[in-house]
Design a protein around this ligand. Sequence first.
Ligand SMILES: *Cc1c(COP(=O)(O)O)cnc(C)c1O
Length: 370
Amino acid sequence: MKRIPLVDINRQYKILQKALDAASRRVMRSGIYVLGKEVEAFEHEFSSYCHVKYAVGVASGLDALTIALRALEIGHGDEVITVAHTFMATAQAIRAVGATPIFIDVEPNTLLIDPNILEQKITKQTKAILPVQLYGSMANMDALNDISIKNKLFIIEDACQAHGSLYKNKHAGSIGHIGCFSFYPSKNLGAYGDGGMIVTQFENIAKKVKILRNVGQIKKNVHVSSGYTSRLDEIQAAMLRVKLPYLDQWNSKRNDHAKTYIEMLSGLPIEIVQVPKNVVSNYHLFVIKTKLRNQLISYLDSCGISTGVHYPTPIHIQLSMKEYGYQEGDLPITESASRQIVSLPMFSELKEAEIRRVAKIVRIFFNTNK
Ligand SMILES: *Cc1c(COP(=O)(O)O)cnc(C)c1O
């Protein structure tokens, strides 16, 4: 039997091959490869998709986060409150601008930032909250908004896994002051290389971001600040323009897959990471928790099923974050989750029969390990 991968981005390429190949050829022939009309058009299409006024293409999700922090003038001496249960880029961005990441624990059921413990971490130095819309789910944005207004803090959404996810019918990225996206190939909206996007409702922020992404240049040969060479390129924008119209139907397929998993895994001694009631997840990942995680992964692997762990080492105890002085034990919920989580195969082109096979093998594993 054929192996079932955690994610197979090639199936999508095969379906859209004609349109994608045509889009890339169009750019090759145009002679314009950076900051041309494809990027401009895609920024337009993506901002209307997210229902925000402005979208600015950048080179990656990490750059989107870094430039967002810079645009809000967050830097040395400032603190940004975030989670350690995330991909490293979230924290690297805070570090890159010279600010200090303050890691707090997550809610045990959703594995998202816990607003109830957030306020006690606010100091005079705190400038922003950086919630991560992990696995395509979304944090309690009402609670975070209340805290942000009361304490005059910015909210930067790490929506790098949440293209098209909804919180009370509002798109991920559109709720905070700034939303940051990645178009890494395996994301729900993925390019054929690296890419990212910053979205915002505020004109002054969008203007600053455009300057920062282009070497601090406000117009040709006039540089008003330090900056980055961080532009989404024309080929990627052209490919993403082909894919964006399919995003909602792809996300809805992932929701169907999740439903099948949930039905077929019911009654087992596992915990399925929960999506809050007022959230529609894009199911970037489907994650379950079990104390027998490592054994389950090996068993699935031996049966031809690939899985992932997102993420096995919490950020606060990674070597690169050593200088901030965190230790094992500081974030007990994050740490225990990191030992128990496993991501099952999930992508829109996954076949019903494949999902059933994965679920069946998980059931067999638990029936023999009772
Ligand atoms: C993918 C991802 C990023 C970074 O995106 P890149 O484009 O790889 O730089 C940041 N945060 C989260 C939560 C991600 O999943």
